[in-house]
Design a protein around this ligand. Structure first.
Ligand code: ZN
Length: 216
């Protein structure tokens, strides 16, 4: 039996001595009443992009699903097991979230793998197959235009957010609630180095610094 990582044990001790006392009431209340987060976040697995940290969220505030490159698949009721779709179904139908945020980020390893298109990491080529849902048949989203590699990468990282938002609308239970104004869809992009956050202006199809929105 391997030893549980000591730094996780000490981290948990810090949690019980510092954060838990201030949150204990809330944890108890959530335990009795159940969760009712207003926001679902679909983010990347990347260890640098933790939604709870970025949005300074406490227990019960965010319903989070994370996967490689923050992708939402197309609605596919084919009898298969679909993790993101299951989380989405629960968030929408049971928790009645009001907002779904797709949170992308800079230096995304999943996007980089998609761009580099190297040999599969294992015989299953799980990343390759996962990332392939990002492209529509015949689409040329992965091709570099007249742009620097850095600009290209950022463009594709943002394209993944657009694609996920588009795919969210293929789920009938999401689409109907969006159309009734019961759910709002949002895109956001986190700049790891600066800790910067950009949110999607859907009408302009552009990401704007959240600092520009301050005071609105
Ligand atoms: Zn990522």
């Amino acid at each position: 039996m391997s030893i549980f990582p000591p730094h996780l044990v000490s981290g948990y001790r810090n949690f019980t001595s510092q954060r838990l006392p201030t949150e204990q009431y809330r944890y108890r209340e959530l335990s009795e009443r159940g969760q009712s987060p207003a926001v679902m976040v679909i983010g990347c697995c990347d260890s640098r992009v933790s939604p709870e940290v970025i949005f300074d969220a406490g227990p019960g505030e965010l319903f989070v699903v994370r996967n490689v490159a923050n992708l939402v698949p197309v609605y596919q009721p084919d009898g298969g097991a679909h993790g993101v779709s299951a989380a989405l179904e629960y968030a929408v139908s049971v928790l009645h979230v009001r907002h779904i945020v797709v949170l992308g980020h800079a230096q995304c390893g999943g996007i980089r793998a998609f761009i580099d298109n190297k040999e599969p990491l294992s015989p299953g080529d799980f990343i390759g197959r996962w990332m392939s849902m990002f492209i529509k048949p015949g689409e040329k989203v992965g091709q570099r235009d007249h742009e620097t590699l850095q600009d290209f990468i950022v463009r594709i990282e943002k394209a993944a957010i657009f694609r996920s938002l588009e795919n969210l609308m293929t789920f009938p239970f999401v689409r109907e609630r969006v159309e009734r104004g019961e759910i709002n869809l949002h895109g956001a992009y986190f700049g790891v180095a600066e800790g910067s956050l950009f949110v999607l202006d859907a009408a302009a199809k552009e990401f704007r610094s959240v600092m520009e929105l301050a005071g609105e």
